[in-house]
Write a protein of this length. Sequence first.
Lengths: 379, 291, 284
Amino acid sequence: MSEEQAKKKQGEGEGEVEAKGKGKGKPGELAIAGVVSITDGASLMEELDEKPKAPLKIPSLEGPPEPKETFEEASRRAIPLKPRLSKAERGSRLFFLFCAILAMGQMLLIMVFLFTESVGLVFSQGGSPGVSLGSFLFGRDWYPTYPDPSFGAFALICGSLAVTLVSTAIAAPLGLGLAMFLSCVAGRRTREFVKPAVELLASVPSVVLGLVGMVVIAPFLQQTLNLPTGLNLLNASVILAVMATPTIASLGEDALSAVPQDIKDASYALGATRWETIWRVTTPAALGGLSTSVILGLGRSLGETMVVLMVAGGAAQIPNSLFDSIRPLTSTLAAEMGETAIGSRHYQALFALGVILFFMTLAFNLLAWYLSRRWRTRR
Amino acid sequence: MFLFGYSKEARKRRDQLATLTIAGLAGFILLVLAALLVYIFVQGISAINWEFLTQFPRQSMTKGGILPAIVGTLYLALGSMVISIPLGFGAAIYLAEYAKQGPLVSVIRLGVANLAGVPSVVFGLFGLSLFVTTFGFGRSLLSGCLTLGLLTLPTVTAAAEEALRQTPSSFREAALALGANRFQAIRQVILPAALPGMLTGAILALGRAAGETAPITLTSATAYSPALPDSPLNEAMALTTHIYNLATNGANIAGTRPQQFGTALVLMAIVLGLSLVAVILRARLRRSRKW
Amino acid sequence: MVDEGNLGPKGQGADGGPGGGGGRNGGAGNGAGADGEVIIKAENVSFFYGQFQALKNISLDIMADEVTAFIGPSGCGKSTFLKLLNRMHDFVPGTRLAGEILVRGTSLYGPETDPVDIRRRVGMVFQRPNPFPKSIYDNICYGPRLVGVTKKSDLDQVVEKALKAAALWDDVKDKLGKSALDLSGGQQQRVCIARALALEPEILLMDEPTSALDPIATSKVEDWIRGAGMSIVIVTHNMQQAARISDRTAFFYMGELIEFGPTLELFTSPREVRTENYITGRFG
C-alpha cells in the first residue's frame, strides 16, 4: 500500500489539473464542466459524444455468442454465501442463543419439575395406596388433610372452568365493545387518552381487586340477594371480568385496527353506515384477532390466583348456581401449599393440580397462537 | 331501495343506536376504572402518614407502619429485573438479530409466547420446587427474586424483541456496509436505537413483578419480620402478601381495614406509577421517533 | 458551491485510486484513456436466492474514476449485482454465488479475503437516506472509529474532510453535534455519502441514492456525483439520471446483462433491441 501511495503522491501534481477535467474531454473544458446544468441533457450528450471510450470486453458481444449456461450448470458451480464471524462474534452469538434457549427451556423445566414433584402420587407410598389418574381427575372429593385423605380434583377443575366461563361471559362483550369503541368510534384524541387508561386498569394488582371484592362486592351481594355469604362464583367472576376486560379490549383493538383502511373505505363508498361497516366488514375481517383476544382473556381468568382465593368462597364443590362457593385450582394451590410437608401426598397432589392447570392454560395459549397465526397468514 | 330490507331512516337509527351502545359500554368501563381508583384512594389515604411509611407493624399489625413490606417489595421487584433484563434482552437480540427462520426459532418463539400465559401460581410452584427445595435457598428473597425474574422473562423478552424489530434494517445495513461486524452493528447502532423501547417493556415488567402475590407467598414471603432483610437468604414481607394476610387471616380483619387499604394504595402508587411512566415514555418515544 | 463540492473530492478520488492518476495521465486529452484501469472485474457471475437465479452469467469490467450506471426494470438484478460488490449478501441466508469478482485483482469472495476489509474499501450508499440516530459528527466517525481512529483531532480532520468531499461542510459545520435525523432528506443522504467517504473507499456503490429524494435534493446529489472524480457505481431506475451523470451504462434485464457500453452510445445507438425498447419506454 505504501508503494502505491508514493506513486499516487508522485502523480498528484499532474493529477490535480487532470482531475478537474476528468471525463469531460480536454482539461480546458473545465469551465464548461462546472456550469453544465443537470437538466441540460443536450449539451451533456454533446460532451459525451466527444469522449472516446475504451473498448469494452463483453464476452457475449465479441465473436460468436457463447452457449448459455443452464440453471443447473450455474447452480452446480455456485457456492453458498455466509457471513464470516470473528471469534468474539461467535462468542456473543452463543451467549444470545443461550439466553434464548433459557427463555424457552424454562417451559420444559417447569414441566419437568411439575411432573417429578407430582408423579409419586400415583404410586403407593408408606402404606397409603397410589391415586389413580382417573380418580384424581374425576374424583369428586377433595379432602387432602383427612386421616384417610381423598384427592379428587374434579370439583376444583369444575370450579376453575365455571369461574373462567362466567367471567368471560361478562368480559367478552365489554372488552370487545370497548375495542370497537377505541378502534372505530373514538376520535384520535379520545383513543390516545383511553387506551393507556385501559392498559393501566390491566396492571392493577390482583390482590387489590380481591380486596375490593371482599369489602365492596361481597356485602353488596349478600345484602341485596339475601345470601349466606357474598364470597361466591359470581363475585369472583365479576372481579375476574374487571381484570380480563382490559386484556380483551387492548388486543381486540389491535386486531380491529389492523384491518386495512381500504376495505373499510370500500364499504363506506358503497353507502354503508358506520355500524354496518363495523359489523359486516371490520369485525369479520378481524375475527381471528378478536377470538385470540377473548381466548387470552380466558387464559388470564383461568390462571388468576389471588382474586379467586379471596372472593370465591373456597368450598370444594361442583357449582350449581352463580351463588355457590367454589374452590378453583389456583386458589387451592395458593391456600394449601403453605401448610404441606415437602414430598408428602398432599404436596404431590398439589403439584399434580399444577400440571392440570399448566396444560389447561397451555391449551388456551396454543389455541390463541394458532388462531392468530392462521389469521395473519390469511391477510 | 328494494335491495335493503329496511328504510334509510331505520338504518340510520340502527347506526346511532349501535354507536351509542358501544360508547356507553366504553363509558361504563371507564367509570368502573375511575370508581375503583377513587375508592381505593379514599379508603387508603386516611391510613397513610409518615409513621405508616417508615415504621414496623406493631400490636398484631393493627398499629405501626409497613416499612418492611415496602422494602421487601422493592427488593423483590428490582431483584427480579437483575435476572430478567440481561436474559430477556439477550434472548431478544438472538431472536431479532441472529435467528434464522427454522424449527429451533419456532420452538423458542412458541415457548416465549406460551410462557407469558402460564399462571403465576405455576411459576410459584416451579420456584418452590427448584429454588426453595432443590437449590436449598429456602423461602428467601433470593428464591423470590429468581422466581419473579423467570416470571417476567417472557414479558421482557417479547417487548425487547418488538423494540429491536422496530429499528429499521437500514441501520444495520449501513453499519455493515461501513465494515462493522454483526456484533458491532448491534452494540453500536441497533441497541442504542432500540434501548428506550426495550426499557419501557422492562419497566412494565417491573410493575408486574411488584404486583405479584401468589409466587411470592410460595417462595419468599413471611407474614411478619421484625427487621429489614440483611441477606438475600432472609425471608421478607411484601406489600401484596401483607394485604392478603391482613384481609384474610389477620387477628383483626375488620379492624385493620385502613391498613389494608393504605397498603393497597402504596402498592397501587408503585405499580401504576411504574406503568404510567412506561406508558408516557412509550407515547413520547413514538412521537419523537424520526425513522 | 459547486466549486467547493468539486474541489474537495478530487483529493478523495486520488486517495482512493492509487493507480487512477496514472491512468488519466495516459489518456490526457482523450478523457478516460483506452488503458483506463479496471477497478472491478466480474467474470461469469451467477447468483441465487435459494432456488431463484437472480443473476445469470454476468461478466463486466468497471473502470476506475468513472461513473458507471446500472439501469433496468425493477427486479432485473441490478441492485442484487451491486450488493454483491461489497458482500452485503453474506447476511442473507440461502444466497449462493458462482463466478469470480475481482477488486483491483483481489478476489472479492476468495477464502483469504476479509469481508470487513472489503466493505471498507468498497463504500455503499443506500436507497433511502439512513443516517444513524446519532449526531452528524458521530455518523461520520462511525467507520473511522471501527478501524481504530480514536484521537479527537484526527477524527475532527476526518469529519471535515469527508463533509467537504460530500459538499455538505458549509451547511452543517456549525451543527455537527445535532442529530443527523434533523437534516433534510438531501442533506441526510449527503451525510451518508460523507460517512462512506470517511473510510476513503476506492469505489463507492450507490443503490438508487435519489429515489427517496425530492427534485432539488436529487440535483444536489447528482451534482456531487458528477463532480466527485472517483469511481462510482450507481444503480438507478431513472434513465435520464443515468444519461446525465454516468460515463458508462449497463442495462440489466431479467438477471442478465443485456448491454454495457459508453452511456451516450447505449442511449443513442443501442445494439440490442431490448435495450432500445427499454430506453424508449416500451416496457419497464
